[in-house]
Design a protein around this ligand. Structure first.
Ligand code: HEM
Ligand SMILES: *[C@@H]1O[C@H](CO)[C@@H](O)[C@H](O)[C@H]1NC(C)=O
Ligand SMILES: *[C@@H]1O[C@H](CO)[C@@H](O)[C@H](O)[C@H]1NC(C)=O
Ligand SMILES: *[C@@H]1O[C@H](CO)[C@@H](O)[C@H](O)[C@H]1NC(C)=O
Ligand SMILES: [Mg+2]
Length: 260
């Protein structure tokens, strides 16, 4: 997920959102079920999760833009200003000419959106980059040094994975879009699972995220409702995603300057 310099789409996206009122993708939406025979999943733990709950098609295929906008609105309180752009970046992963849907598995195509240095997946040069990888995830979790993940820990985990990948993977690449998305992904889990205090003076306190929610979500690809998580009360709009992402980038720079 991204996001700097996407503002040209925002007006369109808002206009578009007002005409949407689709039902969830499947009639059994809600209950979690592990993916079955023939169901596809991909490198995004949240889209996988939404398919496991039947909010997105349980087979992981044929996800339209309207569906993505509608489901992320209803389940996560994400605004179309964010989801519309996100979906557009994913559309080219479907190799069919003029496709109007995406498929979770195809999101794995390297360096369209899938990038090296993921938090819970190995780099594609080492093997499948779509499935959860416990060794990689353990590296990430090592930076979550308390029951609550603050923004400082989240940015350190992101930086550490990037340095580790760059120094161990001979095929390592990190295009600008991949890097922006990687920051956006670290923002995304905080927005969905954390408590927002975006006006806090100290950047590290702007979102505080229960570690147990993140562990549960990442390993099970399931919403941590049984741990007490609820749909965020705050709506995520593009301005918020951009400004929080920029503050994470600045914090990262400060951390690297201090370490140097
Ligand atoms: C249309 C919406 C979305 C699209 C197209 C999308 C696509 C992707 C893709 C392609 C990746 C793989 C990048 C990589 O790690 O190599 C990814 C990772 C990720 N996504 Fe999504 N995503 C969407 C929505 C969301 C939402 C709503 C969340 C909220 C929590 C989310 C959280 C994440 C996280 C945390 C990762 C990083 C996983 C890791 O580093 O191991 N995504 N997403
Ligand atoms: C669903 O996606 C598959 C490719 O993954 C495609 O072959 C099929 O035609 C699509 N079905 C619909 C109804 O769009
Ligand atoms: C895709 O769209 C372009 C432009 O509208 C059109 O010329 C082309 O025939 C379409 N291709 C297919 C396979 O539908
Ligand atoms: C990751 O950590 C968990 C919990 O500490 C452990 O059970 C698992 O074996 C570790 N995975 C790897 C590949 O080291
Ligand atoms: Mg990756």
């Amino acid at each position: 997920m991204m996001l700097i310099s996407l503002s040209s789409n925002i007006v369109l996206a808002l206009h578009f959102a007002s005409s949407l009122a689709l039902p969830p993708a499947s009639s059994d939406a809600g209950p979690w079920k592990a993916p079955g025979e023939g169901d596809d999943r991909g490198p995004c733990p949240m889209l996988n999760t939404l398919a496991n709950h039947g909010y997105l098609p349980r087979n992981g295929r044929n996800i339209s833009k309207d569906m993505a906008i509608n489901v992320l609105d209803q389940v996560l309180n994400w605004d179309a200003t964010v989801v519309s752009d996100l979906y557009d970046f994913a559309q080219p992963t479907n190799p069919q000419p003029n496709a109007t849907t995406i498929n979770l598995k195809e999101l794995t195509t390297h360096n369209i959106l899938e990038h090296d240095a993921s938090l819970s997946r190995q780099d594609s040069g080492f093997g499948p980059a779509d499935v959860f990888n416990s060794k990689i995830w353990n590296e990430t979790v090592a930076h979550f040094t308390g029951d609550t993940i603050d923004v400082e820990m989240a940015t350190k985990a992101r930086t550490a994975r990037t340095i580790a990948a760059a120094s161990t993977n001979a095929l390592f690449t990190f295009p600008q879009l991949g890097m922006n998305f990687q920051y956006g992904e670290t923002a995304a889990y905080q927005f969905v699972f954390g408590e927002w205090n975006l006006d806090a003076e100290d950047v590290k306190n702007r979102i505080l995220t229960p570690k147990n929610y993140i562990e549960y979500f990442s390993k099970k690809e399931r919403l941590p409702t049984e741990l007490g998580w609820e749909k965020p009360a705050n709506r995520l709009v593009m301005d918020t995603l951009q400004s929080f992402t920029v503050s994470m980038m600045q914090l990262t720079q400060t951390q690297m300057d201090e370490a140097a």
